[in-house]
Ligand binder design. Structure first.
Ligand SMILES: Cc1cc2nc3c(=O)[nH]c(=O)nc-3n(C[C@H](O)[C@H](O)[C@H](O)COP(=O)(O)OP(=O)(O)OC[C@H]3O[C@@H](n4cnc5c(N)ncnc54)[C@H](O)[C@@H]3O)c2cc1C
Length: 309
């Protein structure tokens, strides 16, 4: 019979590598499968300041490598491959990758989520050079500078409010004539003298010279376009979880996140969802890492209760 791992971890972000660390230290025969680059979403930022135990600002690529090395110190294994389909219902879970089939008794899904992008030319190349998706993470980089936030929901309003306390000026740009955010959030924004709402408008272009210099904003009613000098643009128009592979097998919530509570147990026995891909309120490195540890605890319990026949 082909090799059967105790655990396959899908995704090499902070949630996946914490699961790999705990699994290795628990003596489980586990492998982590990552399709692109170790570190996950963290690799998109040059400055992480809110992960405990890091005395100085660290870039996400370095922190990701350190998480991998920390897990591999105890024998964790990484395979670079893309998981293309899964069969999760049986006692032996089948994970198909573009490098072949892997089998395991438990699966930890750590595939993360990605912020929705506007799809503008230059947007990808300016991430970390003016374009950002997380005001709580990167806002401090724009202290006393002028920034814009795109979006009209709760998180866009919260981002604009957060930035108004750090930045000199904040434009909040939304496609519709009113924000979708709750009235309380809206009123709080209106009280900030340095926040300017630009409604019925969308960002149609980015102008950069290595770093973002200005944005082009088009009024959807008049068709007029204006250029705004900003050093930062925060795009806050929602997120998409990387859960498509699991639809039809696992319960997903309305936003497409895998339904799993604090125990990280999903609707199928032996399958755990950790980090940004699962239903939760706060999606940060520290909460993703915490999930990885919790999943291994419950996976060990599952393995003990369900020995191989
Ligand atoms: C620009 C930016 C800045 C941020 N800054 C901070 C910050 O300063 N502080 C903070 O706490 N949080 C920050 N965050 C949020 C933080 O990065 C995430 O909450 C965290 O990375 C989630 O970790 P995760 O392991 O759940 O998923 P991810 O980091 O998304 O990792 C998922 C991994 O799974 C892999 N994967 C997906 N599908 C497959 C597949 N089919 N096969 C194999 N591999 C797959 C992906 O390639 C990826 O490497 C930031 C996010 C962004 C985008």
């Amino acid at each position: 019979m082909d090799k059967i791992y105790d655990m396959i971890i899908i995704g090499g972000g902070p949630a996946g590598y914490t699961a790999a660390l705990y699994a290795a230290r628990a003596g489980l025969d586990a492998v982590l499968v990552e399709k692109v680059i170790v570190g996950g979403q963290m690799t998109q930022t040059m400055a992480i300041d809110n992960y405990p135990g890091i005395p100085e600002t660290v870039d996400g690529y370095t922190l990701g490598m350190q998480m991998q090395q920390g897990a591999e110190r105890f024998g964790a294994k990484t395979r670079f491959a893309e998981v293309t389909s899964v069969e999760l219902t049986g006692a032996i879970k089948q994970i198909h990758t573009d490098e072949g089939l892997l089998s395991a008794r438990t699966v930890v899904i750590a595939t993360g989520a990605d912020h929705r992008h506007l799809g503008l030319a230059e947007e990808e190349s300016l991430i970390g050079r003016g374009v950002g998706y997380c005001a709580a993470c990167d806002g401090m980089l724009y202290r006393n500078k002028t920034v814009a936030v795109v979006g009209g929901g709760e998180s866009a309003a919260a981002d604009a409010l957060h930035l108004s306390k750090i930045c000199k000026k904040v434009y909040l740009i939304h496609r519709r004539d009113t924000l979708r955010a709750a009235k309380a959030a809206f009123d709080a924004l209106l009280r900030q003298e340095n926040v300017e709402l630009i409604l019925q408008s969308e960002v149609v272009g980015l102008q950069a010279d290595g770093k973002l210099q200005s944005i082009l904003v088009k009024n959807r009613l008049t068709g007029e376009t204006q250029s705004l000098d900003v050093q930062g643009l925060f795009i806050s128009i929602g997120r998409d979880p990387a859960s498509a592979l699991f639809a039809g097998q696992l319960e997903l919530d309305q936003g497409g996140y895998i339904r799993a509570g604090e125990s990280t147990e999903t609707s199928l026995p032996g399958v755990f969802a950790v980090g940004d891909v699962r239903t939760k309120t706060v999606r940060q490195i520290v909460t993703a890492a915490a999930d990885g540890a919790v999943a291994v605890h419950y996976a060990q319990e599952y393995l003990q209760k369900n020995p191989l026949a």
